[in-house]
Design a binder for this molecule. Structure first.
Ligand code: GRF
Length: 208
């Protein structure tokens, strides 16, 4: 069975989407083997526990700096032999300690059409910019924040009269669907690097 680890920091609505649509979906041969949370007080932890998924808390405070924190993350990940590590609302920069331990196996979810609006508060930034469109990106994680090649992207129109609340709701809805699809495609072996263009991810959606 394909083994997934999920890294979270907060609400965990994207984790919930993966629990409901991948972990508990009998038609996808995959399970969430571990959830790692960057804080002890996130609703995401309860979501994982409700689903009987092993949960670990790894805080920066307990480890002092990012490298030491990531060494602990790697140690915990190695215990469950993940095929894929999904950063689903993990709100902290990760280091090569993690990325080099799982090359091309760490993916990240971001609420904009990268490379537009990287970093924090991307939904508000798109709204404030007056952009007519934003979206969602799932990409391979690299050392540069929100910098790795996209795997799946989907635009979300910004409507006249949209508020942060209404736009966020639509963006999160797309995130839940896109992340589920992306993880399912990985589990089915349908994602690989383009051998001729290294920054391009090839996704075989036929029959998916
Ligand atoms: C999502 O918008 C994700 O893209 C961003 O943080 C948010 C996490 O939401 N990085 P949730 O914790 O999955 O509800």
């Amino acid at each position: 069975m394909y083994r997934i680890a999920v890294m979270v920091s907060g609400n965990g609505s994207n984790l919930q989407a993966l629990i409901d649509n991948v972990h508990r979906n009998a038609t996808v041969d995959a399970e969430i083997a571990l959830v790692i949370c960057s804080t002890g007080e996130a609703p995401a932890i309860e979501r994982a526990q409700q689903a009987d998924i092993r949960t670990e808390v790894v805080t920066m405070q307990a480890h002092g700096d990012r490298d030491s924190r990531d060494r602990e993350v790697v140690r915990l990940l190695r215990l469950v032999h993940p095929d894929l590590v999904v950063m689903a609302g993990w709100m902290s920069i990760v280091t090569p300690v993690l990325l080099d331990a799982f090359p091309d196996q760490v993916i990240n979810l971001h609420p904009s059409l990268l490379p537009a609006f990287p970093g924090m508060d991307s939904i508000a930034a798109a709204l404030d910019w007056g952009s007519h469109v934003t979206g969602v990106t799932v990409h391979v994680a690299e050392e540069a924040v929100d910098g790795g090649p996209p795997i799946l992207q989907e635009p979300v129109p910004i409507l006249p009269g949209d508020t942060l609340e209404t736009l966020s709701e639509r963006v999160h809805g797309v995130e839940h669907r896109l992340l589920t699809r992306c993880v399912t495609l990985y589990a089915e072996g349908r994602v690989r690097r383009d051998p001729t263009r290294v920054r391009r991810m090839l996704v075989d959606e036929a029959g998916a």
